[in-house]
Design a protein around this ligand. Structure first.
Ligand code: F6R
Ligand code: ZN
Length: 194
């Protein structure tokens, strides 16, 4: 008999689930290696340890065919010129896709094919769905002045591999520019400092 209580959960687009099954918070000090401008990152860490993003998870089941729903929020802010972003990952079961649903705010998803390195940035925000196909590393960036909130819906069996991204990072970063967000190759941010 299906336990109906387990299948439903109340949520609010601004605050997420009334009763998440788990919550992960990532603060600036947890994000070593994520920002391309390491000098700006170290300076920001000395100045404080603000919340950068958090994920609340609704896990109605853990079987091979089940789905998990993550409610993510990224705070507005920058490290140097780089907008706040998630660590990013590829699924351990790399073939497993994910659907992102923008709920609030404005931002981008960086998508990078781990087989051939091909990469793209697509906008994510209120009123937009992004389908992340299998074999695609994904990172979410808040380029707006308010919080970015979204759902990510993925297989309970997908798993999260952060190591692969740490070793072979996304090729692009999103910078704050005078005329709006600018997508630049990661190596250019490194070159700016030398
Ligand atoms: C789940 C998923 C999201 C992210 C969230 C935080 O597969 O893609 O729920 O977990 O955006 O990002 P990471 O996991 O990269 O810290
Ligand atoms: Zn994912």
């Amino acid at each position: 008999m299906v336990d109906i209580e387990r299948l439903v959960r109340d949520f609010n687009p601004e605050h997420g689930f009334t009763e998440p099954d788990s919550v992960t918070e990532r603060r600036l000090h947890d994000l070593s290696g994520v920002f391309a401008d390491t000098a700006a990152y170290e300076a920001a860490c000395l100045a404080g340890n603000p919340l950068v993003y958090s994920v609340q998870i609704f896990t109605p089941g853990g079987g091979e065919g089940d789905l998990h729903v993550g409610y993510g929020t990224i705070e507005p802010g920058t490290v140097g010129s780089e907008f706040f972003m998630t660590k990013g990952h590829v699924h351990e079961r790399a073939e497993m896709a994910e659907v992102y649903i923008g709920l609030r705010g404005k931002g981008y998803m960086l998508l990078q094919d781990v087989r051939d390195g091909g990469n793209r940035a697509v906008e994510l925000g209120e009123g937009r769905i992004v389908y992340v196909p299998g074999h695609t590393a994904h990172r979410t960036v808040n380029s707006g002045s308010g919080r970015l909130a979204y759902f990510g819906i993925y297989s309970a069996a997908a798993g999260h591999d952060y190591r692969r991204i740490a070793e072979d990072d996304f090729d692009a970063v999103v910078l704050r520019g005078a005329a709006g967000p600018r997508l630049v190759p990661r190596r250019e941010v490194r070159d700016m400092k030398s």
